[in-house]
Design a protein around this ligand. Structure first.
Ligand SMILES: Nc1ncnc2c1ncn2[C@@H]1O[C@H](COP(=O)(O)OP(=O)(O)OP(=O)(O)O)[C@@H](O)[C@H]1O
Ligand SMILES: [Mg+2]
Length: 219
């Protein structure tokens, strides 16, 4: 997987390519592996009102879809376990710019053009219905379903009190897109090229618009 991603490290959609880590031994005994620390999205979502995610749902949806589209169309990888616990956030010191990163490629599929055999692969609740059979399924379309469920999680955080917001239309466009991705029938899920795009629709600079809109993929 790292070899597969390594060739894209200079791609314009990749903000930070983290493919290095350090290793060592505590007191010359127990081995350790050191990784950069990011904010786990799943943990924030479980906090009241979504913790730091509150007010960021559009940016999170935008970045998730951008990252997964990049994985599918450029890297030719289906993640197969898209869920908040496999997403982390890199944020600047003022917390007004967040970069979403996709992690955990343990069960990813490299080469996405062929349908794959059914069998549990992923996490219950986020896994597409066709993954557990009885027929072969497209790993790309299964990822789309998981993205839709994640988007529902994100949008729920900001659902209340939005009636007069300038970005209401965009919010509704993401809600609608999430519902279409969650279609039980894989072929009815829309392609990610048709996703609502933050930069095209927001006219004024706002908190969400300030947030960087390109997702990142890390191993
Ligand atoms: N770089 C990081 N910074 C902060 N937290 C991280 C980082 N990498 C992973 N985590 C946290 O550790 C959890 C487990 O990481 P990861 O998903 O890579 O391992 P896993 O063994 O595959 O776990 P699971 O089986 O639950 O998916 C993540 O849900 C995330 O909350
Ligand atoms: Mg994981």
């Amino acid at each position: 997987m790292y070899q597969s991603l390594l060739q894209f490290r200079d791609h314009p959609d990749i903000k930070h390519f983290i493919c290095t880590w350090s290793t060592g031994r505590w007191d010359d005994r127990s081995p350790f592996l050191e990784l950069p620390y990011y904010l786990p999205v799943g943990k924030e979502l479980r906090k009241r009102r979504g913790g730091i995610l509150h007010g960021q749902s559009l940016s999170l949806c935008d970045q998730l879809l951008t990252a997964v589209h990049f994985l599918h169309s450029v890297v030719d990888v289906a993640h197969m376990d898209i869920k908040p616990d496999n997403l982390v956030l890199d944020m600047d010191r003022d917390r007004d710019s967040i970069t979403l990163k996709v992690i955990d490629f343990n069960i990813s599929i490299i080469g996405t053009s062929h349908d794959v055999r059914p069998g549990k692969r992923g996490t219950t609740g986020y896994m597409a219905p066709e993954v557990i059979g009885p027929r072969q399924y497209s790993p790309i379309l299964a990822d789309l379903y998981s993205c839709g469920i994640c988007m529902r999680d994100f949008l729920k955080v900001d659902r209340r009190g939005r009636r007069d917001r300038d970005d209401s239309l965009l919010f509704e466009a993401f809600v609608d897109f999430a519902e279409r991705l969650c279609n039980q029938c894989p072929s009815k899920r829309p392609p990610l090229t048709k996703r609502p795009k933050i930069k095209e629709r927001l006219t004024e600079p706002q908190r969400d618009a300030n947030a960087t809109s390109s997702g990142t993929v890390v191993g």
